[in-house]
Design a protein around this ligand. Structure first.
Ligand code: NAD
Length: 358
């Protein structure tokens, strides 16, 4: 095993963040970058002082130096690009959503089994400082037994509809955006069995001739009866992240409570049974690590955390999580939410998966 992994990056919009992460990491080397849009390649090469780029994915796949492909292309292309990477003998880091159509599942699992390579889903929210601290406290038992949890992702993301691929079939607020909140809930409730959800297409989304719900409330129930409530609003004004974090995860346990959020580097806890006030932990000194470009709209620090976790796992012969199976289950929960919105019924996640895997 090499002491450094070599990365090829496909898709150079948000792919910019993994380039930065790779260049800053002692565990990684940048092999090459690729985008079908040559102008974007040139901008990224200049931004990071790179001497090469390619507009052909095949060049990354044919490059024997590249161990891992990082996929940051439009959602609808992920399944194809993962398959091509595995068939070329590469490991894969794929941004969320892993796929947008569970019809691809069986083939993906088969291709991965034959390739014997790792597929890791870049669920960035798990890798933001407050969420890392919250997970650590949860695993240390500070919350006691989990009683319930609430997650949300709320943002006025109408700007996202200016991307050409966001108005095409396969894009939805649910898969692209609410994915973060659903993944956080499923991380703490790994055995989600049933889903009930309501959703509406607001007038603001209809203005774009889009018919996918932008406002969604879902209840996820695990096999032991514990429920998570998960909500998302994407095409309406917000109070701003100073007042209400865009992403939030609240764990309520028998002995304590915590709330982690994004993009503000704040984490709230109350692990003292007699206190009724929360302790605020801030990590503002890490702001420059997490946000390396303009504003707080990208994810370089989270990607750095996850590519390093990926490399450590591979070097120790472990499977970095979330892996392909876990990623597929999260997509099945999203499909169950979608189905529940359409039918008004409770939907079983295993029934959704059975349609594609049996
Ligand atoms: N929190 C996160 O993890 C996070 C944040 C933002 C975006 N994303 C994900 O990253 C992906 C890309 O989003 P974005 O905002 O960068 O979109 P974008 O449109 O800005 O960038 C996508 C890039 O892919 C390129 N591309 C399209 N087809 C290609 C092909 N066949 N081969 C090579 N390049 C191709 C485009 O030219 C474009 O430059 C999406 O799946 C999105 O969900 C994840």
């Amino acid at each position: 095993m090499k002491d450094k992994l070599t990365l090829g990056v496909l898709g150079l919009g948000e792919g910019r963040s993994i380039i930065s992460a790779c260049l800053e990491s002692e565990l990684w080397e940048l092999g090459n970058i690729c985008d079908i849009n040559e102008e974007v390649c040139k901008v990224r090469a200049e931004e990071f002082g790179l001497t090469k780029y390619t507009t052909s994915y095949q060049d990354l796949l044919d490059d024997p130096e590249i161990d891992v492909i990082g996929i940051y292309t439009p959602d609808q292309l992920h399944a194809l690009h993962i398959k091509m990477a595995l068939q070329a003998g590469k490991h894969v880091i794929c941004t969320k959503p892993l796929i947008v159509d569970l019809g691809e599942t069986k083939e993906l699992l088969e291709v991965q089994r034959r390739a014997e390579k790792t597929v890791f889903v870049g669920q960035s929210s798990r890798y933001f400082e407050p969420m890392i601290r919250q997970r650590r406290d949860f695993e240390a038992g500070k919350h006691g037994g989990l009683v319930t949890l609430e997650t949300h992702y709320v943002s006025d993301s109408r700007w996202f509809l200016q991307k050409s691929w966001s108005l095409k079939s396969g894009f939805s607020w649910l898969y692209n955006f609410m994915n973060h909140a659903v993944d956080l809930a499923a991380w703490y409730l790994p055995d989600v069995q049933e889903v009930y959800a309501v959703g509406i297409v607001s007038e603001n989304t209809k203005e774009w001739d889009l018919t996918v719900p932008d406002t969604i409330k879902a209840i996820l129930k695990s096999s032991n009866g514990i429920c998570a409530s998960v909500s998302g609003v994407y095409a309406a004004p917000t109070l701003g992240s100073e007042i209400e974090q865009s992403i939030s995860c609240t764990l309520r346990g028998t002995r304590g409570i915590s709330r982690a959020g994004y993009p503000k580097l704040r984490y709230l806890t109350n692990f003292s049974p007699v206190k009724k006030t929360a302790e605020l932990h801030t990590y503002d000194q890490r702001h420059g690590y997490y946000f390396r470009f303009e504003a707080e709209t990208h994810h370089a620090g989270e990607y750095q955390n996850y590519i390093e976790e990926f490399a450590r796992c591979l070097m120790q012969g472990e499977t970095p999580k979330p892996d392909l199976e876990e990623g597929i289950r999260t997509i099945a929960i999203l499909e169950a939410i979608d189905e529940s919105i359409k039918t008004g019924k409770v939907v079983k996640v295993d029934d959704v998966l059975a349609r594609y895997l049996d």
